[in-house]
Design a protein around this ligand. Structure first.
Ligand SMILES: [Zn+2]
Length: 115
């Protein structure tokens, strides 16, 4: 991580002002600056046992479905809901589109019922 606070007093003052403004806008999460177009996160609401992998903000994730190869987007809003409201696994990465995910769940259920 680059050093954010400069040794130069004038620059430091300017940086402090900038950070205070970010803080006010809710764009500073635990001292981490939230980039433009990113959604500020609430690390305290996440399920990350220890905090090393806490997320400070969310950005849309573009990926390709492992089942059908369709390009998909996991939006920042969906991630926030998943990680904070549903306490999803912080290490989870998107792999499947909604359709393939449902299909997989159905298959899993069928297998469990058959067992
Ligand atoms: Zn798919």
């Amino acid at each position: 991580m680059p050093e954010m606070v400069s040794r130069n007093p004038i620059k430091r003052k300017r940086e402090e002002k900038r950070l205070a403004k970010l803080q006010k806008q809710g764009r500073l999460v635990k001292g981490v600056e939230v980039p433009e177009n990113a959604l500020p996160a609430n690390p305290d609401a996440q399920n990350h046992h220890g905090g090393y992998s806490a997320k400070f903000y969310y950005q849309d994730i573009h990926y390709t479905c492992a089942g059908c190869g369709k390009p998909e987007v996991w939006t920042a809003e969906q991630q926030k809901r998943y990680f904070e409201a549903q306490k999803g696994n912080i290490y989870n990465e998107p792999k499947w589109c909604y359709k393939c995910h449902c299909k997989r769940m159905k298959n899993k259920e069928a297998k469990e019922n058959a067992a």
